[in-house]
Design a protein. Structure first.
Length: 185
């Protein structure tokens, strides 16, 4: 398999591939860059930004939800083969750091992508908060709540808490709907 990696960016590409492999979940571009550059300083942001499109172009990563606004990327079979071939080129201590970070933070990043919330100010001065649970496979909302709150502080707090509270909200609504349906029969 011939890859057109220049020697100065091959390491960056391998680190990106290895990080995606270790995370074991598709990630959006923002989180991939955040993990590899800001949070861990494994690679330079500008190098990351330059080589990322090449990984897509050479079919080493792809987005299963290509039609979505928020594309998430994962390894292709070719990307896995490439990584297996050049695995030893990533220093062992760096592989260990990447593996540990991914193992420790996988669920955190999964929740950040699947439990999303935002707010906007209404014309009357209140704030509409929209909270969603996004299906990881289809990238389509499976659950959505909209609530009108009086202050910006309340809206910010609701958005902050959503990542933590989303599963319990969903479970509560789902179980109560099923109970209601059973009683109505």
């Amino acid at each position: 398999m011939k890859l057109n990696f220049s020697s100065d960016d091959a390491g960056t590409k391998l680190i990106l591939l290895y990080t995606l492999e270790q995370m074991e979940i598709p990630l959006n571009e923002h989180f991939i860059f955040d993990i590899c550059t800001s949070r861990n300083d494994w690679i330079n942001y500008m190098e990351c930004k330059m080589v990322f499109p090449e990984l897509i172009k050479f079919n080493l990563i792809y987005s299963p939800d290509a039609d979505s606004k928020t594309k998430r990327y994962t390894l292709t079979a070719m990307g896995r083969n490439c990584l297996a071939s050049f695995y030893q080129d990533i220093p062992e201590d760096l592989r260990a750091k990447i593996s540990e970070f991914c193992k420790t933070n996988r669920m955190y990043f999964k929740r950040l992508q699947e439990y999303v919330a935002d707010f906007k100010k209404n014309s009357d001065g209140t704030y509409m908060v929209t909270m969603r649970i996004i299906d990881a496979t289809s990238n389509i909302p499976t659950f959505e709540i909209k609530i009108n709150l009086q202050t910006r502080a309340e809206a910010v707090k609701a958005v902050e808490l959503w990542t933590e509270k989303a599963p319990s909200f969903y479970e509560f609504v789902y179980s109560n709907l099923l109970d209601w349906g059973a009683k109505g029969e």
